[in-house]
Ligand binder design. Structure first.
Ligand SMILES: Nc1ncnc2c1ncn2[C@@H]1O[C@H](COP(=O)(O)OP(=O)(O)O)[C@@H](O)[C@H]1O
Ligand SMILES: [Mg+2]
Length: 379
C-alpha cells in the first residue's frame, strides 16, 4: 500500500515527536511535515499538498482554526483533522466551518489514533469520488473566438505554472491545426507531430502516442501540432480517442484549441472538463466572443464549464472588465495584464515568460492557475 502523506502541527515538542514516530512506525503514513505552529503548517502544505493534515487547535503564531481555513483554500484536497484537548462544541463548530473534516480528542491511545485517521481519510475519499464528476479538472481547453487573442500564450504559461509551482505532470497538446506554435513557444524544434502520429498505424494506442511526446526544458510535456495546416487529417482520424488514451499518463492535459466551433470541434470540446475562453481587448475579439458564446449555448456544453479570461493584449482603447462583461453577458473569471515586452521577449527567445523574471503578467497567470486548481474560485 502506498503511504499517505501527512503533515502534523502540534506545539508541544513531546506530543509532536510521539505522534510522528507512531505514524511513521505504523507503515501507513509518510510524515512530510512536523511543525510547531499554524503558520509553519501553512508553509509546509503550500510545498507538499499532503493528503492529510493533523492540526492542534491551540498553537502560537496562527491557531489551528485559522490554519485550517487557509490550508483548505490553498490545498482543498488535503483532509484536515483537528486535534483538541478541549471538549468544546463551539471550537468544534468553528473548526468544521473553517474546512476541517473531523475532530480527534486528546489524549488518545496510539492504535486508536491511527485507526481514526485511516477511517476519516477513507470516508472523505469516497465522498470525493462521488462528486468527482462535477469537480473534474483534468482536460483543459484554452481557446478563443479568433486568432490573436492570446490563447497559446496563456495556455503555455498556465501549463508551466502548473508544472513548476504545483509540481503537476502536465501535457500540452497542440490541436491548433492551422497555426500550431506551442512547440515554438516551448523551445522545441519541429519534430514528428500529431500529424505523423495520426498517420502512423494504430494512432490511439498509448505506447504509440508516447513516442510522439517529449519533455521540454520548462518541465511540461508536449505533443506538437502539425507544422503545416492539416485540418482534415485531424478531423477524420479519431483525435478524441487519442485524448482519452493519453490522459491516464498526466495530472493535466492542456489543449491549445483551434478557433473553430463547428460540429466536429464542439464534440471535442464536449470531451474536455473546463474551457478557458480567452478574450482579447480589441473590439473584434469581444464582438466575436459574444457570437461564439451564443453558438456554444446551442450545444450540450454547460455554461458553467466556460471561464472567461480577459487578456489585455493591447493598452489601446479603454474597454474595461465591466464593459466586456456587459457586452458578452458573462462574468470575467480572470484578467491578464498587457505586457508586450515580456511576451515578445518570451516568443523570440522561445522560453515561456513564466520562467523569466517575475512580472505582473506572470503573477496574473499564476493567480489564474491557483484560482482554478487550488479551488480558490470564490476570490
Ligand atoms: N497579455 C499580453 N500582452 C501583450 N501581448 C500579448 C499578450 N497576450 C498575447 N500577446 C501577443 O498577442 C499575439 C497573439 O498571441 P497568441 O498567444 O499567439 O494568440 P492566439 O493563440 O490566440 O492566436 C502574440 O503576438 C502575443 O505575443
Ligand atoms: Mg495560438
Amino acid at each position: 500500500m502506498q503511504r499517505l502523506s501527512i503533515c502534523i502541527a502540534e506545539d508541544s515538542n513531546v506530543v509532536r515527536a510521539a505522534i510522528q514516530s507512531l505514524l511513521t512506525k505504523s507503515g501507513y503514513f509518510d510524515v512530510v511535515g512536523a511543525v510547531p505552529d499554524g503558520r509553519a503548517a501553512l508553509n509546509s502544505c503550500r510545498e507538499t499538498h499532503p493528503q492529510l493534515v493533523l492540526l492542534d487547535v491551540s498553537m502560537p503564531e496562527m491557531d489551528g482554526i485559522e490554519a485550517a481555513r487557509q490550508i483548505s483554500a490553498l490545498s482543498p484536497d488535503s483532509v484536515i483533522i483537528m486535534l483538541s484537548s478541549q471538549d468544546d462544541m463551539e471550537v468544534i463548530r468553528d473548526a468544521l466551518k473553517a474546512g476541517a473534516r473531523d475532530f480527534i480528542r486528546k489524549p488518545i491511545h496510539g492504535p486508536d489514533l491511527i485507526q481514526k485517521i485511516l477511517t476519516i481519510y477513507a470516508r472523505e475519499g469516497s465522498r470525493r469520488s462521488s462528486t468527482s464528476e462535477s469537480l473534474r479538472r483534468k482536460i483543459l481547453a484554452f481557446t478563443s473566438s479568433k486568432t490573436g487573442a492570446g490563447t497559446t500564450t496563456i495556455a503555455i504559461n498556465s501549463a508551466v505554472a502548473l508544472a513548476r509551482k504545483l509540481r503537476k505532470k502536465v501535457l500540452v497538446m497542440d490541436l491548433d491545426v492551422l497555426y500550431a506554435d506551442a512547440s515554438h513557444c516551448l523551445g522545441r524544434k519541429q519534430q514528428p507531430s500529431m500529424a505523423e502520429l495520426l498517420l502512423s498505424p494504430d494512432p490511439q494506442r498509448l505506447e504509440n502516442i508516447r513516442k510522439f511526446i517529449m519533455e521540454t526544458t520548462s518541465g511540461v510535456y508536449l505533443l506538437p501540432g502539425p507544422s503545416t495546416p492539416t485540418p482534415d487529417l485531424i478531423r477524420y482520424s479519431g483525435i478524441e480517442a487519442v485524448i482519452r488514451s493519453v490522459e491516464a499518463d498526466y495530472d493535466f492535459v492542456i489543449i491549445d484549441f483551434p478557433h473553430m466551433i463547428d460540429d466536429f470541434w464542439v464534440r471535442i470540446l464536449e470531451a474536455t472538463d473546463q474551457i478557458f475562453l480567452v478574450v482579447g481587448s480589441d473590439v473584434p475579439s469581444i464582438r466575436s466572443t459574444k457570437v461564439y458564446l451564443e453558438n456554444l449555448k446551442k450545444t450540450k456544453i454547460p455554461t458553467r464549464r466556460v471561464k472567461i479570461v480577459y487578456n489585455h493584449v493591447t493598452t489601446d482603447g479603454n474597454v474595461d472588465r465591466k464593459d466586456v462583461q456587459d457586452f458578452i453577458n458573462m462574468p470575467v473569471y480572470s484578467e491578464i495584464s498587457c505586457d508586450r515586452e515580456s511576451v515578445t521577449k518570451a516568443y523570440l527567445s522561445r522560453t515561456p515568460f513564466l520562467l523569466k523574471e517575475l512580472t505582473q503578467i506572470s503573477r496574473d497567470v499564476e493567480t489564474l492557475v491557483e484560482k482554478v486548481f487550488l479551488g480558490r474560485d470564490s476570490i
